[in-house]
Design a protein around this ligand. Structure first.
Ligand code: FAD
Ligand code: NAG
Ligand code: NAG
Length: 500
């Protein structure tokens, strides 16, 4: 009899998880709290409790080449970066193509997931969910948690003395939808992530004044990279990854900072990340530098204190007559339906084997999908996690007995390789070089697109080769030039060492 799998959530992660279950001959049932698919990507005017909430203008920061599922390329006419309505459209196409909707029970909230009595031998779970005010409970052989992690707003008010006296309006970025109501107002935005920057750029066109208050700054990048290519199709190639792996750390750090400062010098804008650690999650915003330059957005340090009407910053400057404070301070990870003994969140992190399986469960029958986001798109990441997890479900063992090692890296490509290795889908370039050199070279020098993980193994897709070869051509010559440039740099680096 097919194993029954409960899936919680029908966003990006939940949808691809349903498909992966079907591919492995498992029987999925997906519970979705709201009345539609899409999760975070379904914009609504009103904030819904328990579901991620975005502003009207959200555009993907990962390109369509990289942000699709591995056996379902985006329609040709879609632009490289997608408005949220377009991305939702893609999710609908995916769900329709693979006939996923019939496995989803809408308006059904999962309230609790508990181990069955004989869990240590059978590994089953009891799921209690609620719909239309009635609770139901049933037993499943496995559970895949796809409930998202941009739901519970993190708003550290205790770090902002005086906020209780503040007479203006303040709220979390989750509650921000459109700029209209802020016309003519003075706004302070706390934070320097993607949301903070987007909201600052959007508000500064109609607000009276916009301050962006940041603790450490951020690397701000353009979506448009070398020669006008989407940044991630250039950044995430196996070739670039290999170079990053082998370069001596100081050189890599230096080169990365050069690259980050090529567009504008972060020093001059007061934006150099305090923690200069190499790839502090960058912010993708094509407009922010020019808004700062024009004085429409003013960069400020941390707010030390609020008064009834003003904000006092750490550098003792003061912003008076503040009308609105937006806390773009991120989210707290939580799994309200799971007992702490199953998964414990500490410092906003959960201890998970390969970011998927809770440690120390007697049976590996519960997987968390889409919780980690390496510096790359979540779509292929969730998909590979689900492909791997569904294979593990077929022969559930305890995580402790199955695997001794821990995952080493958070790099996007390395992580995908590691996951796909577990399910036999990892592309092998060297053997491929003899059989199909053109494909092998494109895999190595071209963007590490999701299709690379559908060339072989279970779930192999006949269209994968073509999808890879018809990606926008990243000229081999440019890559070769880079290799030579790199050797020259390396040589210079080592020479300078020897001379000292
Ligand atoms: C502004 C913004 C921009 C982003 N841009 C990108 C981007 O360009 N590229 C990228 O890769 N990532 C981006 N992300 C990250 C984003 O998290 C992922 O793109 C993706 O939406 C995650 O999908 P998910 O299915 O894991 O979670 P979600 O989309 O949050 O879906 C979770 C679903 O689970 C349901 N649910 C939750 N709890 C329960 C329950 N107890 N019972 C039943 N159902 C439940 C919810 O209703 C929801 O439908 C962005 C995030 C934000 C905030
Ligand atoms: C969580 O699990 C522990 C140990 O199994 C149990 O004692 C406790 O009652 C559970 N808590 C909840 C909220 O279910
Ligand atoms: C895209 O933006 C979201 C929301 O701020 C963020 O969680 C994610 O890490 C970003 N992705 C990349 C590749 O920077």
């Amino acid at each position: 009899m097919a194993k029954r799998v409960a899936i919680i959530g029908a966003g990006v992660s939940g949808l691809t998880t349903i498909k992966c279950c079907l591919d492995e001959g498992l029987e999925p049932t997906c519970f979705e709290k709201s009345d539609d698919i899409g999760g975070l990507w379904r914009f609504t005017e009103k904030v819904e409790q328990g579901r991620a909430s975005i502003y009207r203008t959200v555009i993907t920061n990962s390109s369509k080449e990289m942000s699709c599922f591995s056996d379902f390329p985006m329609p040709e006419h879609f632009p490289n970066f997608l408005h949220n309505t377009r991305f939702l459209e893609y999710l609908r196409l995916y769900a329709k193509h693979f006939n996923l909707l019939k496995y989803v029970q809408f308006k059904t909230t999962v309230n609790s997931v508990r181990k069955c009595q004989d869990f240590s031998t059978v590994g089953q779970w009891e799921i209690v969910r609620e719909s239309d005010g009635t609770q139901k409970s049933s037993i499943f052989d496995a559970v895949m948690v796809c409930s998202g992690h941009q739901i519970e707003a993190y708003m550290p008010l205790e770090s902002f003395p005086g906020i209780e006296k503040f007479k203006g309006q303040y709220f979390h970025s989750r509650d921000y939808k459109t700029p209209e109501e802020f016309q003519g107002k003075t706004v302070v935005i706390i934070g320097m992530g993607n949301s903070a920057s987007d909201i600052a750029v959007e508000l500064c066109q109609s607000a009276k004044r916009v301050c962006l208050s940041t603790r450490g700054g951020s690397w701000v990048m353009s979506r448009v990279y070398d020669n006008g290519y989407p940044w991630d199709t250039v950044f995430h190639t196996r070739f670039a990854n290999l170079i990053r792996y082998f370069l001596p750390w100081p050189l890599l750090k230096w080169m990365t900072e050069q690259k980050m400062n090529q567009w504008f010098d972060h020093e001059n804008y007061g934006l150099v990340p305090k923690n200069r650690f190499l790839m502090k999650e960058p912010v993708f915003n094509d407009d922010l530098p020019s808004r700062i330059l024009c004085g429409a957005v003013v960069v400020k340090p941390v707010v030390k204190e609020f008064t009834e009407t003003s904000a006092i910053f750490e550098d003792v400057t003061m912003e008076e007559c503040v009308d609105v404070v937006v806390f773009a301070t991120g989210y707290t990870v939580s799994f309200p339906f799971l007992n702490e003994s199953v998964i414990k969140v500490e410092n906003n992190r959960a201890a998970l084997y390969k970011h998927v399986f809770p440690l120390h469960l007697e049976k590996s029958t519960l997987a968390i999908i889409g919780l980690i986001q390496p510096l790359g798109p979540i779509m292929p990441t969730s998909e590979l996690q689900a492909r791997w997890a569904t294979r593990v479900f077929k022969v559930p063992k305890s995580i402790d007995e199955l695997y001794g090692d821990k995952i080493k890296t958070r790099d996007f490509i390395d992580y995908l390789d590691e996951l796909s290795d577990g399910s036999g889908a990892k592309p092998e370039i060297i053997p491929l070089l003899l059989k199909d050199p053109q494909l092998a070279l494109t895999i190595f020098f071209g963007p590490c697109s999701p299709f690379q993980f559908r060339l072989k193994g279970p779930g192999k897709w006949a269209g994968a080769r073509n999808a890879i070869l018809t990606q926008r051509d990243h000229s081999l010559v440019a890559s070769l030039l880079k290799i030579f440039g790199l050797f020259a740099l390396l040589a210079a680096f080592f020479l300078s060492f020897y001379q000292h």
